[in-house]
Structures are given as structure tokens and as C-alpha cells.
Design a protein around this ligand. Structure first.
Ligand code: SAM
Length: 301
């Protein structure tokens, strides 16, 4: 019996194999295959990657959680979506499969190159090798990007989220995986121990919801912390005047830097009673609306 036929001899439709290139609409879809632990391990070997803790390189290996992030983003066909830290590309593929036009920002050059090779449709995907802490998000949101979907690197997740909340203009929806502790602080209600500047600042522009807590077993390698999917939906009208927002940030910093102290001690120069705040309160008891009124009034004081 003859040995294996040389590919060139098989017929005219032969195309040379392109290593690492996959088709999006295969069955199962690429996003699902990229969440398989065996595939993640294979790609890590192929790329000679040592997943870095400092860069929060914990790759999602659970297709249901991936779908939860995409659903939470409320993506519609043709929407421009920003992904931060695409890594091996599972979420990127999922967003493309839903018809998103994806701008992906990845700091690790090997992963960014891998993504450019992996995804066949260049028109719907723009990969930028860049530190998301330096990205001008406002510029992206002013252009055509209206949503954010990401599995954020833990080490810088809070800083990236704050930069998105502070961006001008802001995206319509944000669906992110991040450390559970951070998600709780953002979605916290007044009076709880998690409530603080993060919740007050975010609530000024977004309604937030902690959608799902996520176990460390959903990632490879496993992180040491638990995670959560957080959803933010932009308010039609911000709850604070935009010119008072910088003042709000300063006031919150002063009040919460000593959260056990009464406001009469930490904010002695502000007329708290004028906006109905009891100076005997500690800062975590003050609801967001009172902080916004205080900041707006302090502008004119
Ligand atoms: N999206 C992939 C997934 O869900 O499996 C990977 C998520 S992994 C938690 C975080 C990704 O963010 C990694 O690919 C890492 O290289 C990247 N990253 C870390 N710091 C970054 C930064 N400052 N800017 C952009 N990307 C960063």
C-alpha cells in the first residue's frame, strides 16, 4: 500500500496549513474551543508563554461564564466594543461571533500577535498592543465604540475600571470580570462596609449590578482570588453635573481616607447641613445623591 499522499498531490483545492489560524464559524465555534482547558494549555505551550501573575494572565476556561459576560454587555449586531486584555482570544471570538466590531487592547506583544494570526476577519477586529492604563478611552468612546466587555487583569482591574467611569464620553454598557472584592465595592449600597468612593463615583453615571460570582476553577491558571461579573448600564442623565465631578472626587477622598471619623472632622469647611447631611454621620452612611448635592454646592461656596 502506498504511503500517505503528499498534500500537493491531492488536488487543486489544497491550501497550505497556516499554523494557529482557525475559522470563526466552525462547529463548535472558536470561542467555545478556546475555553477548553486542553486548548488553553496547548496555546500556552505553542506561544512559549509563562502566564504572568503580574499581568493577571488567568484565562477563562468556562464557556458559560464567557456567555454571561457577552450577554451582560447587551451586544447588538454591528456594535463597536472595546475588549481589554484579550489574551488567547476566547472572549474576542465570542464578541465577533455575536457580530461585534472589536477593538482589543493587549499589553503582551506575543498575545497581541497571536490574536492577529488567529482571527480571520480583520475588518471586524482591531488589535492594539498597548497598556490599557495609557489608552485614551474617551477617544474610543467618541468614535464608534459604545460597549466594553473584558476579563480584566486583576492587578490593574480597579484602575482600568475607574478610567472607564471617568472617561468622556462614557460607554453605554460595561460588562467586566474582575476581582469579587472590587465588584462588591462598586455595586455596594450605602451603609455597607464595602460602600465608598468607587460606588459613589460609578453610580453618578451608571446603574451597576453584580451579575455572578465566579469560582477560581473557571480560570487557567487558577487565580488566588474569587471573581465576579459586573454590569454597568449608563444612565440617560448623569446624577451629578459634570463640572462638579472633580470636586466630588476630592470630597470623597477627604471623607473616606478616615472612614471611622465623623464628617464634621473630615470635612470641617463644608456646610453639610445645607444639603441635609448630618455632620455626625460617618461617610459610609451618606447616600450617593447627598454626595452629589454637596459637591455641586461646594462649587459655588
Ligand atoms: N480575555 C482573556 C480571557 O478571558 O481568557 C484573558 C484575560 S486575562 C485575565 C487578562 C489579560 O490582560 C491578559 O491577556 C494580559 O496579558 C492582559 N493585560 C494585563 N495587563 C494589561 C494592561 N495594563 N493593558 C492591557 N492588557 C493587559
Amino acid at each position: 500500500m502506498a504511503g500517505p499522499t503528499a498534500p500537493e498531490a491531492r488536488g487543486t483545492d489544497f491550501r497550505p496549513p497556516r499554523i494557529g489560524v482557525r475559522r470563526l464559524n466552525q462547529d463548535p465555534p472558536l470561542s467555545r474551543r478556546l475555553t477548553r482547558p486542553s486548548e488553553v494549555r496547548r496555546l500556552i505551550r505553542e506561544l512559549d508563554l509563562r502566564p504572568s501573575r503580574g499581568r493577571g494572565q488567568n484565562f477563562l476556561i468556562d464557556a458559560n461564564i464567557l456567555r454571561c459576560v457577552i450577554d451582560s454587555a447587551g451586544l447588538e449586531d454591528g456594535d463597536g466594543v472595546l475588549e481589554i486584555g484579550p489574551g488567547l482570544g476566547a472572549l474576542t471570538a465570542g464578541l465577533l461571533e455575536r457580530g461585534g466590531r472589536v477593538t482589543a487592547i493587549e499589553k503582551d506583544g506575543r498575545l497581541a500577535d497571536h490574536l492577529r494570526r488567529l482571527m480571520p476577519d480583520r475588518r471586524a477586529l482591531h488589535v492594539r498592543t498597548e497598556d490599557a492604563l495609557e489608552t485614551d478611552f474617551g477617544e474610543l468612546f467618541r468614535a464608534s465604540v459604545c460597549r466594553v466587555a473584558a476579563n480584566l487583569p486583576y492587578s490593574v482591574g480597579t484602575r482600568i475600571l475607574v478610567r472607564i467611569v471617568d472617561a468622556e464620553p462614557r460607554p453605554e454598557t460595561v460588562a467586566v470580570m474582575l476581582q469579587l472584592e472590587t465588584a462588591r465595592r462598586i455595586a455596594a449600597a450605602p451603609g455597607s462596609s464595602d460602600y465608598g468612593p468607587l460606588a459613589v463615583r460609578t453610580t453618578a453615571f451608571f446603574e451597576s449590578a453584580l451579575v455572578k460570582t465566579v469560582s477560581a476553577t473557571c480560570f487557567y491558571p487558577r487565580p488566588e482570588v474569587r471573581s465576579a461579573v459586573l454590569r454597568l448600564v449608563r444612565r440617560d442623565t448623569p446624577a451629578i453635573r459634570s463640572d462638579a465631578y472633580p470636586r466630588l472626587v476630592e470630597i470623597l477622598r477627604s471623607a473616606f481616607s478616615q472612614r471611622r471619623k465623623k464628617l464634621s472632622n473630615t470635612l470641617p469647611d463644608l456646610d453639610l447641613r445645607a444639603v441635609g447631611i448630618d455632620p455626625e454621620l460617618r461617610p459610609h452612611r451618606v447616600p450617593p445623591g447627598d454626595w452629589y448635592r454637596l459637591a455641586e454646592r461646594a462649587l459655588h461656596a
